[in-house]
Design a protein around this ligand. Sequence first.
Ligand SMILES: C[S@@+](CC[C@H](N)C(=O)[O-])C[C@H]1O[C@@H](n2cnc3c(N)ncnc32)[C@H](O)[C@@H]1O
Length: 460
Amino acid sequence: MSEATTETEARPARPRRGDELELRIDSLAQGGRGVARTEGGFVIFVAGGLPGDRLRARVGKSKRSWAEATTVELLEAAPERIPDICVHGDEPCPGAAWQGLPYEMQLAAKQEQVVEALERIGGFTGDEAVEVEPIVAAVEQWRYRNKLEYSFGADTALDAPALGFHARGRWDEVVDVDDCHLASAANNAARNAIREWAAVSGLPAYDRGGSGAGVLRNLIVREGRNTGQVQTRLVTSEAEIPEPPTDLHTVVGERSGGTDGPTGVIGEEFLRERLGDLDLRVSPFAFLQTNTETAERLYAAAREFAGLSSTERVFDLYCGIGTIGLTLAPDAGEVWGIESVADAIVDAEANAELNGITNARFAAGDARLGIRPLVEEAGKPDVVVIDPPRAGLSAKIVRRVLECDAKRIVYVSCNPTTMAPNARQIVDAGYRLTRVRPVDMFPQTPHIEAVALLERVGSR
Ligand SMILES: C[S@@+](CC[C@H](N)C(=O)[O-])C[C@H]1O[C@@H](n2cnc3c(N)ncnc32)[C@H](O)[C@@H]1O
């Protein structure tokens, strides 16, 4: 028998799309799904599975060495599993996939995933290994989100539009939500009031099944957690409709699946929030950390890692409405921020003024294109703070950041699997990864936030 034949025979049988399998989950993968193995050893990532669960799952995508599956029935719950409290009808909340795990286990799993990403993806082992600091717990385990995005859908049983979340894995089906435990009572009340208005208005929900018919698409509810303001934004198709009882009304094009578009102001245009010592205004399309209370802990880590002594020039890349830069400004000589959303930059400037901060400047633009001109204008920074979206930094942006030749780089990340390879690129160019601290911004979900400190080896 040839070697090749032996290898083929040794490979575990690959399940096919649509197969239903009985599986036991033995760990959690990056991204939060449960990991199971078939009897033959084929790896399957199961949405809705937690370690210790025995369940029946339906296979979706099936690749050469792994497949994806969704839970059809929980046959035997893991001993640690706690009953789901955020459920909508028969559906577990799609926004709280880890709610079955006791909170201490969620924290331990996130800590472990940061360690694993740094070791396996970043190659930080041996001399380069970094002791990841204990994860900082969230201030609140439930009802912490300051922003929720709901979808309208047809609900034949109610004979009125449903307003809630997409059922897991079914983008064209919306499950009505009465009380989302990730949202505050005020947020839930605002959503329920708009659902009542929708029922009375007689306006149909937009058909996500492809016909393009219908009007009502989404409702975004944002909340100033420390100001008590609740701001609502209705998203509809282009249609003649009565003025909605929301603060904002966005109209999106026929085929758009998104929620951005021309927006009319009916009530309050800006969300007002207080975060740490800062009073903030936030434009409808500007980013704000979704967990206001725990963002203070995140920014405290960034401040500590930046190690400022009042003279430094700081770059705040991906600055949003300026929150990190403005938090650091009192300890810095000067702060310069770059952000691609122009409205967010207008907010950042307004926020500097609102808080009497005079040593911060902000510019709208792409981080990749904006760094060189910024160095020309401001000079090289002492400290660079980076807070990119989940995709992390492209190799080119890393090169631009390295050209800054900063003494310290503070990397705020919402995805350790992209932070780890970026940190590797930065370290290979002459830095040391000295500190990493995860912060749990998103309890009940697999999402992980972490702050890392990279220090330049040798002087400029
Ligand atoms: C994770 S948020 C961080 C915002 C801010 N640091 C904070 O804590 O609120 C990432 C920000 O990067 C911005 N962004 C995305 N792509 C960008 C790019 N190519 N150049 C500059 N900013 C970008 C987004 O609009 C968003 O405001």
